[in-house]
Design a protein. Structure first.
Length: 324
């Protein structure tokens, strides 16, 4: 692929993302003549890509399936999206789906071009996933920059919009030794050592702007407790912590596949399990208990969790009653 022009790579990318391209539209996207387009199509065929063509007024081009899979042509944001999505699926679910996701993730990373492969591997190594996490939108460039800095042990500077403290809502500059990125409670966090405050901090990525490496290398420190995800959870629990104990009438393997490390699971003599759960949002507790698909008994639960379960039960019951 070394002698393949950037335009030909762009053509391949377009063919991979659209089932059928009229020739005139494809030439317009590439800003070339039809003659040049045909020459580039021939070049792809010489490289082994099965490009089918239809002649006539409605003629066009289509990348046919079959044969060996061609190298993937993706940009940085697409590569990052694939790694995040497949990695998240692998960690959030158990069994065959998790194994298939890990297998697909390994294959995707393997066929990426070298530069994108390094960035994708950096992101995978720098991220700690938590089950049932659904992070809000974060710019792909932010993820990539921080992942590389974590991999290279490089200090970073960025703007950060504080929520509380002496200047709520004001964007402050931070100087940090990044350790890991974590998804907890539907949000992305960066765990790192804040050099200005001489202490560990977690930063919400949706409040973080324009991270940049400083070319200053640091010696890694040990995160308090040795677990970045646990550190973030502990920080969140200091605000609003929900702790509950439930008994589940299902064997431990079933519960582990359904809820994973989201709770402490202890097998009981009757074949069921006892769960110790800590969370920050009663809605996620309700979702997790429903996802178990097994009879659950509340042993000890905060009133907010009980109230949410009752509201959900009533609302879902009313919805079911509308069925014909």
């Amino acid at each position: 692929m070394a002698n393949t022009s950037a335009r030909t790579l762009r053509l391949l990318s377009l063919l991979q993302t659209h089932r059928f391209w009229p020739g005139t539209e494809l030439a317009g996207r590439l800003e070339v003549s039809m003659r040049t387009l045909r020459r580039d199509i021939d070049r792809l065929r010489e490289l082994g890509y099965p490009v089918h063509s239809n002649r006539g007024v409605e003629g066009g081009y289509q990348l046919a399936p079959g044969g060996s899979m061609p190298p993937l042509v993706v940009d940085e944001e697409e590569a990052i999206a694939m790694v995040v999505a497949l990695g998240g699926t692998a960690s959030a679910f158990g069994g065959a789906l998790s194994e298939a996701s890990l297998s697909a993730l390994a294959k995707v990373v393997q066929v990426l071009p070298g530069r994108l492969r390094r960035r994708a591997e950096s992101l995978r190594a720098a991220t700690v996933d938590a089950p049932f996490s659904q992070a809000p939108e974060v710019e792909a460039g932010v993820l990539a920059t921080l992942a590389q800095a974590i991999r290279d042990q490089e200090r970073v500077r960025f703007g950060y919009t504080a929520r509380g403290g002496s200047a709520p809502g004001e964007e402050l500059r931070r100087h940090v030794e990044p350790h890991r990125m974590v998804t907890v409670g539907r949000r992305w966090y960066l765990v790192g050592y804040d050099l200005d405050r001489q202490d560990w901090r977690s930063f919400r990525l949706d409040r973080l702007a324009e991270p940049a490496g400083t070319k200053a290398i640091f010696r890694p420190r040990d995160v308090p407790g040795g677990d970045a995800a646990a550190y973030v959870r502990a920080g969140l629990s200091r605000g609003e912590s929900l702790r509950l104990t439930v008994s589940v009438a299902a064997p431990r393997p079933h519960v582990e596949r359904r809820i994973g490390p989201w709770a402490t699971i202890v097998a009981e003599e009757d074949g069921g399990c006892r769960l110790e759960i800590e969370a920050t949002d009663p809605r996620w507790v309700a979702f997790g208990l429903a996802y178990l698909e097994a009879p659950v008994t509340l042993v000890d639960a905060p009133e907010s969790v009980v109230r949410t379960l009752r509201e959900w039960s009533q609302r879902l019951g009313e919805t079911a009653a509308t069925a014909g």
